[in-house]
Design a protein around this ligand. Structure first.
Ligand code: F6R
Length: 614
């Protein structure tokens, strides 16, 4: 949700800034801009509505010798996508420029106050108030000290922010501030860097500084970075971490798009996650800092997540309840934050978040910690806020996920949830070691099962024909497959813009069946399971009404084959693991439909990868 980069050093800044924006573009892509500063402090701004490619076009032929700059790719919150609303935003004098990710909740009152004192605004954004506040502080209490000016300005803000700021009054320096939105920094021999996440820094360093909540950082052209608390008390040893993948992991590597690459990477991601996870006494999860007694005592679980990660939670609930016997509630974070919670003395909150930065999910974790619950994060991003603010973290190690639609993180999070559930079940003695071993062995087969599905991508390409001219579609499943149906429908909606309604197959006759008419596409997820026969009855109900049935079924299921117009075949898998295998077909299907409808599968409209605003 908006990407920020900044650089001050001894090289021209523009190439890094544009490259950085390209890597962060998945965070937002409705407008982009850059502010360059030369050694004397003179500022040069280029910004426009549209993608980073449009900005790069405008920058062509520019005399871009400047070695200092900040840049931004936007996902609009306040003010439509337009040239004027694109970041950076400047103060009245044109001597201060800021880029910002987050939301300034009190911007209207600040803007009114600033306007009364004579400031004039050029955009409709919440961000612009920051530039004017810094301007006032520089001229007043801060007396030209940009760090002090930004710290005083930030103290007036409510909401969330990651800010990078330059000023002609402090040539060479970039000042950053962060609260609630991520920002990472890197100090190298070439200079100092800032970025919203590590993907933009992976090609310049493997060692990254995390700017803590409320922190301020001063980046100098020598590469030195000084980190402060919000009141400018120096932080002697800022938190750091190492990036454990190289920059090529975030490139296309011969694939036509990131979604294709990330779908294909699922077998290796799961192999990585499972490696070394079975020990003498059960599942090995050394990264959880809870004591065995605390784990064994857990008597209630809240799983909180958003979107695709919430779907992981719906399936994880079955794992926690079936194996560990612990009552489990699954909540959408955006709703949960406004609900009463019923905790016990031993409640565990599991947050599931690929990015580790989803604002609603983080707010839920904070709420649960405040009432005394322990929090475990399942996340993909090393050093993310979710990881740092939790009592334990399971990294799913799927590697950078760049396509906005989550694929490999989804399946890796499912497997991580299963590992956690088996771990809890063993700790509270609900399951034998023998059974843990049996379940682990089943998981080890998943990469191979997914490879078989990947080799059948042609089935999805063919089935995509049923959707190309459709106006809507229905996804049905029962039991765990009802969540697979939900996830398939979400993937289809978000990247192909085709309406897709997901429903538990048995509930369909209580309403959604009215949608079905001749040729209406209905995806029925009906792998081998205890509810297969019941699901086939539902399949027959839509079939009888002329639906075009796309059935996901197990190899050799002749009965389903006879009823379906298109078949997506999966190899036999244990029922509890079928969501991990089956969903791969639905990811492929969504991608083929989106391509056939001429959509950009990696950057769907209106969406952003990392939703850092509530
Ligand atoms: C859909 C998708 C989103 C995310 C959601 C939560 O494909 O990716 O629904 O799952 O925005 O994001 P994380 O997992 O980063 O908290």
């Amino acid at each position: 949700m908006c990407g920020i980069v900044g650089y001050t050093g001894n090289r021209p800044a523009l190439p890094f800034l544009l490259n950085g924006l390209r890597t962060l573009e998945y965070r937002g892509y409705d407008s982009a801009g850059v502010e360059l500063e030369d050694a004397s402090g003179e500022l040069l701004e280029v910004k426009c509505r549209g993608r980073v490619a449009a900005l790069a076009g405008l920058c062509e032929g520019l005399d871009a010798h400047q070695t200092i700059g900040i840049a931004h790719t936007r996902w609009a919150t306040h003010g439509e996508p337009s040239d004027a609303n694109a970041h950076p935003h400047r103060d009245c004098s044109g001597r201060v420029a800021v880029v910002h990710n987050g939301i300034i909740e009190n911007y209207q009152e600040l803007a009114a106050e600033l306007a009364e004192r004579g400031h004039s605004f050029k955009s409709e954004t919440d961000t612009e108030v920051i530039a004017h506040l810094v301007e006032e502080e520089l001229a007043g209490a801060a007396e030209g000290d940009l760090a002090l000016a930004l710290s005083l300005a930030a103290s007036r803000l409510t909401g969330s922010w990651a800010i990078a700021c330059v000023s002609a009054d402090a040539p060479g320096e970039i000042l950053c501030a962060r609260k609630g939105s991520p920002l990472v920094l890197a100090s190298t021999a070439d200079g100092a860097y800032a970025a919203s996440d590590v993907t933009a820094l992976a090609h310049v360093t493997s060692h990254v500084i995390n700017l803590d909540e409320g922190g301020i950082a001063r980046l100098l052209p020598s590469g030195e970075i000084r980190v402060f608390e919000s009141d400018l008390t120096p932080v002697a040893e800022p938190g750091t971490f190492d990036i454990d993948w190289n920059a090529s992991a975030a490139t296309l590597g011969g694939y036509p798009d990131f979604m294709a690459k990330e779908i294909a990477e699922q077998p290796e991601a799961i192999e990585r996650l499972l490696e070394g996870r079975l020990g003498d006494s059960g599942i090995v999860l050394d990264e959880l800092s809870l004591t065995p007694e605390e784990i064994a005592a857990i008597d209630r679980i809240y799983i909180v997540a958003c979107g695709t990660s919430w779907h992981v939670g719906l399936i994880a609930r079955a794992y926690f309840e079936r194996w560990a016997g612990v009552p489990t509630t699954v909540e959408c974070a955006s709703e949960f934050n406004y609900e009463e919670v019923l905790t016990t003395d031993h409640t565990l909150c599991v947050i599931i978040t690929q990015s580790g930065e989803t604002a609603d999910t983080l707010a839920s974790a904070r709420k649960m910690r405040a009432v005394g619950a322990k929090v475990i994060a399942i996340t993909n991003v090393l050093g993310s806020t979710a990881a740092r603010e939790s009592d334990g973290v399971i990294y799913v190690q799927a590697g950078p996920e760049i396509a906005v639609a989550s694929t490999k993180a989804y399946t890796a999070q499912l497997v991580a949830s299963a590992l956690l559930a088996l771990f809890l079940a063993r700790a509270n003695d609900s399951i034998s070691l023998k059974e843990v071993r049996a379940r682990y062995r089943e998981m080890l087969r998943v990469p191979e099962l997914i490879r078989i599905v990947l080799s059948r991508a042609w089935q999805d390409e063919v089935a995509a024909r049923a959707f190309v001219d459709a106006g809507s579609s229905l996804f049905l499943g029962r039991g765990l497959s009802s969540t697979t149906a939900r996830e398939g429908a979400l993937k289809l909606k978000e990247i192909s813009y085709l309406h897709a309604e997901a429903y538990p197959a048995g509930e369909m006759k209580h309403g959604p069946i009215a949608l079905v008419e001749q040729g209406y596409p209905v995806v029925v997820v009906v792998p081998e399971s205890p509810v297969r026969d019941k699901t086939i009855s539902n399949l027959q109900e839509v079939n009888a009404r002329g639906a075009c049935v796309i059935a996901l079924a197990t190899n050799g299921d002749v009965r389903v084959a006879q009823l379906a117009d298109y078949l997506l075949l999966v190899p036999p898998a244990p029922e509890w693991l079928s969501p991990v295998v089956d969903v791969v077909h639905l990811q492929l299907l969504a991608r083929y439909v989106a391509l056939a409808r001429g959509c950009d599968v990696d950057k769907p409209r209106n969406l952003a990868k990392s939703v850092t605003v509530e």
